[in-house]
Design a protein around this ligand. Sequence first.
Ligand code: IMP
Ligand code: MG
Length: 184
Amino acid sequence: MMKSEMENDILKVLVTEEDLQRRVAELGEALYQRLEGKNPLFLGVLKGCFVFMADLVRACQLKCDVEFMALSSYRNATVSSGKVEISRDLHQDVAGRHLVIVEDILDSGTTLAFLKDYLLFKGAASITIVTLLDKPSRRTKAITADLAGFEVPDEFVVGYGLDYCQQYRNVPYIGVLKPEVYSG
Ligand code: IMP
Ligand code: MG
């Protein structure tokens, strides 16, 4: 077993490394079926997508290219503005392209609802939304993923790209932190 400084902060494991690997292979296969011959552009939403996206593009042996955007949605404790800002925009034209949005988690739906509209406005030929995790209980926007890896309960999760205060992205499974980590 590899040593981990973060292990002591994890309360429980929600999705194991083996389950992640198996499900990502299935998602890759499903994308292949849908997009064969279409030369899709995989568009990752930074930073949370980076681990999932690296595995997903290798699990899907389509001829494709990759692109990234960074978005921040401001969710203040008192005001939920639902406002999304682009902090890294597209570096290429996506008009006429078949896009695969790769997201770590679909929570309120604010980020993806914004992104989908934005990409349609930019002239995307089609948009397929793939999210590793889905928290449907938290949804406030009418948006669903075309493909979702796992449904998770309304708990804050970390690992496999997902962070708490920019930490824990390199935890190799999906876990829930101990309460003292948040309060400490
Ligand atoms: P949404 O706009 O509310 O759907 O939020 C999506 C973004 O919030 C995700 O891309 C994550 O970056 C972040 N997020 C939401 N829930 C969690 C969580 O449980 N753990 C880590 N990040 C989360
Ligand atoms: Mg994200």
